[in-house]
Design a protein around this ligand. Structure first.
Ligand SMILES: Nc1ncnc2c1ncn2[C@@H]1O[C@H](COP(=O)(O)OP(=O)(O)O)[C@@H](O)[C@H]1O
Ligand SMILES: [Mg+2]
Length: 639
């Protein structure tokens, strides 16, 4: 790309022009006109954020086109907030709780005077959620402050107390809070009290951040600023010109203050945080009284810190002023995959990712987060949580997902983190730099190595290795065989549909005791029981079970088509599985021979090449197609 000086210049000019529109400046009197025109500019911090969250829209999760989502949320209406939706996956309920907090805080309910606290395991997205809110503020329209105020002070504070009722009526807005010592001093000294002349300016948000502070050095200046000792020589004590109001709560006034790993701080710190939310004031350093603040305070930490803090009863007063929102790991496979796609998209990771790689890694992450149940094995639970239908003995398993969830309240609060998985993807790549590709096999390998080295309790490690070496090994072999079958079978989709149509024709005739009309010759034939059985036996429906199965299939599909759904081989999960297996069986021999063979005759070579070509079209690259086929040859179709 060739960019000349002109292009750069144009970009800079355009940006400046756009920004100039956003850089209003005037006197307080002018500002009052602005309020008259747009009272919204006086919004307090929580209301502002609430508006930002709602601006891009809200929808019902049930409106999705995804059958799995519909199935999962059919009797549980969950709202999806677009503001978060393209970056956060599988934690819709957490997001909805955050939105609810802002909703009641915006209405100045008790929540507006409480800390929003996110609690969850490492890598569950707490920091990212806070960051998202911060970006929301930073990208929203600017706000107005008293020009030069270190705390971005609300200009309305200039209005003296005795006139506020009247101004509130005239402007139709609510006024709260008093001038900070710095502005109070300037108003008196510079403007002789003529507040209508004080300059007001537009500015963009800044965010205060409080990292966990070294316990030996819990100097509150990080929160509330300090007195500049060098200026104490020039000015008398009590002169606000000595103040450096540059603490996080000063800087984040009108916007947001974030407390990272909040409970690592001394209680004294937490008291300042609580007073700031509860009373909306903070102490000014030295002898300068209290200062009004209006800011959204968001804190986060892991559960262990929260439990420790909660256990200490001297902390009760603080506990009462915190809105706790649990941020567990996502437990939906489809969404976990999206998390890694997002992280990869935003990173410098540019390797090829073979099909099913992120799925296998995500399955491991989710398995590690699930609690065991007596109702089914963990892989089944994973699939049910993903909204899939699980077929067992020719029937769709009837297990209530809500019940599974209710039995496992702490689920998602432990297990493998997103970061662990990302590291495994990186490791898999550095083991195969030349191929510049990662695939399920190399990633599983990397996960095994990392699990062996990780600092884990022995039984946990054993369990994780079992997931990787046994459960996922088998799961992936199923996947691979299906992939190879699809690559082998000429127009797989059509063949599956045609098997499906045939099955329906014959099953229907069988059930209704009628004949089948051949689609081509129009001949009337007896239903072909041998054919029906050859499909049914794929999912172990044999003997007397067959008749019932045929009736269920017909009834199910009848009902579906009456609802106006388009019926396909995918419609009825047990039959879909049977058809896929049938196709798999039909090419199993040839797959085995051709994939395993070291030398192939001409016909075999043609078939092999055609299959490889299909795999390449289906998303494999030259490097992983080799790895995957070798793996299949060595692990599938054991002799
Ligand atoms: N449910 C989720 N949806 C989208 N991204 C997620 C989710 N959970 C974790 N992540 C991603 O994982 C990474 C680690 O998350 P982070 O916010 O740093 O976690 P925490 O602060 O809870 O330790 C980030 O890139 C984050 O965006
Ligand atoms: Mg974090």
């Amino acid at each position: 790309m060739q960019q000349d000086k002109g292009t750069f210049e144009k970009l800079i000019q355009e940006d400046r022009a756009a920004r100039d529109v956003q850089s209003w400046r005037g006197t307080f009197l002018d500002y009052l006109e602005c309020i008259k025109a747009t009272p919204d500019v006086t919004k307090l911090a929580h209301a502002r954020l609430h508006e930002i969250i709602l601006r891009t829209g809200v929808r019902d999760i049930g409106e999705s086109d995804d059958a799995r989502v519909k199935r999962l949320f059919k009797d549980e209406p969950v709202k999806v907030y677009e503001f978060f939706a393209d970056e956060f996956f599988g934690i819709e309920k957490v997001v909805a709780q955050i939105a609810r907090y802002f909703h009641s805080a915006a209405l100045k309910g008790e929540e507006s005077r409480q800390v929003l606290y996110l609690m969850g395991p490492v890598g569950s997205g707490k920091s990212s959620l806070v960051e998202k809110l911060q970006h929301g503020l930073e990208n929203s329209e600017p706000f107005y402050d008293i020009e030069g105020c270190p705390m971005n002070e609300d200009p309305l504070h200039l209005i003296p107390r005795h006139l506020r009722r009247e101004f509130e009526k005239m402007l139709g807005v609510h006024i709260e809070g008093d001038l900070c010592p710095v502005c109070r001093f300037r108003l008196k000294e510079e403007f002789g009290g003529r507040y209508e002349e004080v300059p007001v300016a537009m500015r963009t948000f800044s965010i205060g951040v409080v990292p966990p502070v070294d316990p030996n050095n819990q100097d509150t200046s990080v929160l509330i600023g300090s007195e500049d000792i060098s200026k104490l020589d020039i000015y008398s004590e009590g002169d606000p010109r000595v103040l450096d109001l540059d603490g996080a709560l000063n800087v984040g006034n009108r916007g947001m203050v974030e407390f990272i790993e909040v409970f690592k701080n001394e209680t004294e710190y937490l008291h300042a945080m609580i007073t700031a939310t509860q009373e909306k004031v903070i102490p000014a350093p030295g002898r300068h009284g209290m200062v009004y603040v209006d800011t959204v305070i968001v804190a986060h930490s892991n559960e262990a810190e929260w439990q420790k803090f909660k256990a200490d009863h001297t902390n009760e007063a603080i506990l009462d002023r915190i809105v706790v929102i649990k941020v567990p790991y996502n437990l939906r496979l489809s969404e976990e995959v999206k998390i890694y796609q997002k992280i990869i998209r935003n990173s410098d990771f540019h390797a090829h990712v073979a099909p099913h790689t992120l799925e296998i890694a995500s399955m491991f992450a989710i398995l590690s987060r699930l609690e065991p149940t007596t109702k089914c094995d963990l892989m089944t639970k994973l699939k049910l949580y993903n909204g899939e239908e699980v077929v067992e003995k020719g029937k769709t398993k009837k297990i209530d997902v809500h019940e599974l969830r209710d039995d496992a309240k702490r689920e998602g609060m432990t297990g493998i983190s997103t970061r662990f998985i990302m590291k495994a993807l990186d490791n898999a790549l550095s083991d195969n730099i030349s191929g510049n590709c990662i695939n399920p096999i190399t990633v599983r390998e990397a996960l095994i190595n990392m699990t062996k080295e990780a600092d884990l309790p022995d039984d946990t490690r054993k369990q994780y290795l079992d997931f990787l070496q046994d459960v996922l090994h088998k799961e992936y072999l199923d996947v691979v065989e299906k992939e190879i079958t699809k690559a082998f079978v000429y127009s797989y989709q059509e063949q599956a549909e045609s098997l499906f149509q045939n099955y329906l024709d014959h099953a229907e005739a069988y059930v209704n005791k009628t004949k089948v009309k051949d689609r081509n010759t129009k001949e009337e034939l007896q239903p072909d029981e041998g054919f029906l059985k050859s499909i049914e036996e794929q999912i172990a429906i044999i003997g007397s079970a067959a008749e019932g199965f045929r009736q269920e299939v017909i009834a199910y599909l009848w009902a579906a088509s009456r609802r106006g759904e388009r019926v396909s081989y995918r419609s009825y999960e047990p039959l879909k599985e049977a058809i896929e297996k049938k196709l798999m069986t039909s090419v199993r021999d040839i797959s085995r021979i051709i994939t395993k063979a070291r030398t192939r005759d001409e016909e075999q070579t043609d078939k092999y090449d055609a299959m490889v070509k299909n795999l390449l079209t289906n998303g494999y690259c030259e490097s992983c197609v080799d790895v995957v086929l070798k793996y299949a040859a060595n692990n599938l179709w054991k002799d």
